[in-house]
Design a protein around this ligand. Structure first.
Ligand code: TYD
Length: 201
């Protein structure tokens, strides 16, 4: 599940999890950055507002390091047990935030992340499409902003544009949904995509 901050990823993940569990599936939820003890420590380093000096390459490698741990400790074992894994952000976040937002290049991001992912690739990516301004507005009530959220509107606009570009490049893999639609409508659309890809044919 991908999208800018404030696009409603977590709400939709909860709904999808409940839906799939009601169908009898074992579901594992993983969140990035984090999702493991080591990953949560890395998350604290990445998002700490005191580390304004962090180079973009360091940031990319830290996200990739947390991802490598998540893949090996959580995702791979779950898939081996035939469980379904829903990830709150994954490699596409790095492609747009570090590749496009930070300007490191999407190819560089995928190259680095190949080491973290090994043979694990997402079968379906849902992109919750929301204008950057709207995402920021939705987060306004939050008291403390992290290091990424403190970036200016221009950065967040590049992120949203980046997601749109990626979704246009890989329409088979990435499904864009309008995040301003009602929660239940979006949920039904996600269920439809999941059923089409995983339950039929
Ligand atoms: P997230 O946990 O989704 O934020 P929150 O819980 O505050 O909604 O993600 C934290 C931030 O990290 C978010 O701004 C997006 C950013 N991010 C990257 O820049 N690259 C990545 O690879 C990932 C996974 C997240």
């Amino acid at each position: 599940m991908e999208g800018p901050d404030g696009s409603g990823k977590t709400t939709q993940i909860d709904l999808l999890k409940r839906y799939l569990e009601s169908k009898g599936y074992d579901i594992v939820i993983a969140r990035e950055p984090g999702g493991t003890a080591i990953g949560e420590v890395i998350r604290k380093i990445i998002l700490n507002t005191e580390y304004q000096e962090m180079s973009y390459m360091t940031e990319l490698l830290l996200y990739a390091a947390a991802r490598a741990q998540l893949v090996n400790q959580v995702i791979k074992p779950a898939l081996l047990e035939r469980k379904a894994v829903i990830c709150d952000r994954f490699v596409e976040s790095s492609a747009v935030y570090q590749g496009i937002g930070r300007g490191l290049g999407v190819d560089t991001v995928y190259e680095v992340n190949n080491y973290a992912l090994g043979d694990v690739t997402p079968k379906l990516t849902i992109f919750m499409d929301l204008e950057a301004e709207e995402g920021i507005k939705r987060k306004e009530n939050q008291t403390e902003l992290d290091r990424m959220e403190l970036e200016d509107l221009y950065f967040h606009k590049r992120v949203v544009e980046g997601y749109r570009k990626l979704a246009a490049l890989y329409p088979e893999r990435i499904v864009s949904l309008d995040a301003t639609l009602p929660i239940e409508t979006i949920h039904s659309m996600i269920v439809e995509e999941v059923e089409k890809r995983f339950f039929k044919g």
